[in-house]
Design a protein around this ligand. Sequence first.
Ligand code: ATP
Ligand code: MG
Length: 197
Amino acid sequence: MTDQEHKQRMIKRKEVMDAKIAKATEERGVLILLKGNGKGKSSSAFGTMLRSVGHGKKCAVIQFIKGRSETGEYKFFKDHPQVEWHVMGHGFTWETQDKEQDIKAAQQAWAVAEKLLQDDSYDMLVFDEMSYMFKYDYLDVAPVVAALQQRPKKQNVIITGRTMALPLQDIADTISVVQDERHAFRLGVKAQIGIEY
Ligand code: ATP
Ligand code: MG
């Protein structure tokens, strides 16, 4: 391709891109779902939150499932003036092995989430591992959908979890699937600080 042909092609490309940008005029918060079996959902959610925090936005995180140890992101954000962080769950279902306790924890977490969804001082909410609450029937999805739809117009919400309830997918603006192609764990590498937690 000659330089001239390249330039012509890029002029065309720019016209197409500019037309697309001109069409996206709506200003409102979005619901982002990060799902799939691969590694990178929670870390992507917290990375996006970091982007918001950098712009001075107020954010809140609810972790619906507590990990085995304190995560690096929790240690980093817990005392940050713009971030409110709730660790609500007790662990994965196969760790707690106590359905009643899990349901109680899920309901407590949802009570906090519901309040945040009514508070327009929060620019971004991250509901980490929330999808498991629906998979195991710890929470009804209908009231969650209703609260998400009624939230403040500019509020962004990110929900992570391997599988997503279909009613959440119906109302989401952005859905990304993090696909598992390979994971070091299956090569025998132990979970490590700074990578897994
Ligand atoms: P991360 O927190 O690293 O972004 P994630 O949120 O996508 O990962 P989860 O499904 O929440 O992943 O799993 C939590 C933990 O399991 C993390 O420590 C992650 O590194 C690890 N993990 C994620 N995907 C896989 C996988 N396919 N095989 C083994 N371990 C995984
Ligand atoms: Mg995760």
